[in-house]
Design a protein around this ligand. Sequence first.
Ligand SMILES: Nc1ncnc2c1ncn2[C@@H]1O[C@H](COP(=O)(O)OP(=O)(O)O)[C@@H](O)[C@H]1O
Ligand SMILES: [Mg+2]
Length: 332
Amino acid sequence: MDEATPLLEVNNLHTHFFTKSGVVKAVDGVDFTINPGETLGIVGESGSGKSITAMSILGLIPSPPGKITEGEVIFKGEDLLHKSERQMRKIRGKEIAMVFQDPMTSLNPVFTVEKQMMETILAHEPVSKKQAKQRAIELLDLVGIPDPRKRLKDYPHEFSGGMRQRVMIAMALSCNPSLLIADEPTTALDVTIQAQILELFKKMQTELNMAIVMITHDLGVVSEVCDRVMVMYAGKPVEYTETSHLFDRGKHPYTLGLMNSIPKISTEKQKLEAIHGSPPDLRYLPRGCSFAPRCKHAMESCLTIDPALKKIDTDHYVSCLLYDEAKKKVTT
Ligand SMILES: Nc1ncnc2c1ncn2[C@@H]1O[C@H](COP(=O)(O)OP(=O)(O)O)[C@@H](O)[C@H]1O
Ligand SMILES: [Mg+2]
């Protein structure tokens, strides 16, 4: 992995929900690192544990029924899992900010944007009201809202969906976070607006040198903005590498399925095909590889051995027995 000191290091994270009908292993062994200024994509189908990974980092898991049963979340050298709620409240919004799919979950409909932005800035920064207002105007300008001084007086519902998402991003940026976690920030937007918001993320990367975790179910979004990417399936990373690497040399059958193609892992000619079937019930995971029931390449050993994430190349990790020579030989 990279030589630089990571900004965030997530090690062996397990977040489970203890429900009446069983234990939901929403996150079940996630590892990744993010360096300062880097954008990491977390991609996978709905229910693969992306949001729960983000919420675990931020200390927002509802408990009960949720519990982080194992792992570390090292941010700037300190394990966030050992912080108190009070300490986490200081970190959220200041050091680590979050943008959600639906801006209305973060914006309060009964207050003007000015009031909400000023409140956030004043809560975290030692500035006067006048300076806070100036900062709010600058931020709205930065995220591309025309006539920001005037728009500050508006209520959230007076903005269009795309503009509202920009307001939320401006609020997330208001305290200069070193890490921004964006959970499906463009999913609710139509494609042209989505492209504009992705442009905004790119601009933020170059101008603010902020690290971003971009959560999405869309590999197109990953290819637009991410330096590296972790593909998740059923609560686990199945592939983890540089974005260009993933698109050129992606290996995991699930990754290739997401790309709407079929792996070139054997010598036979194969045609394009999407993934069939649906993700497993996280309460009753199969004994071996979680993807095996949907995988065209599943071998007998895949039904009994749960593959570990294994380094197959520089900065390229895959959890699949097809790429684990030792296990493959022993068991096939
Ligand atoms: N409060 C909860 N109680 C039980 N299961 C939950 C709870 N919150 C999330 N889950 C389960 O955790 C799994 C992962 O969810 P999530 O991280 O939201 O997926 P996504 O990848 O779509 O963001 C899902 O199966 C979801 O049903
Ligand atoms: Mg989600």
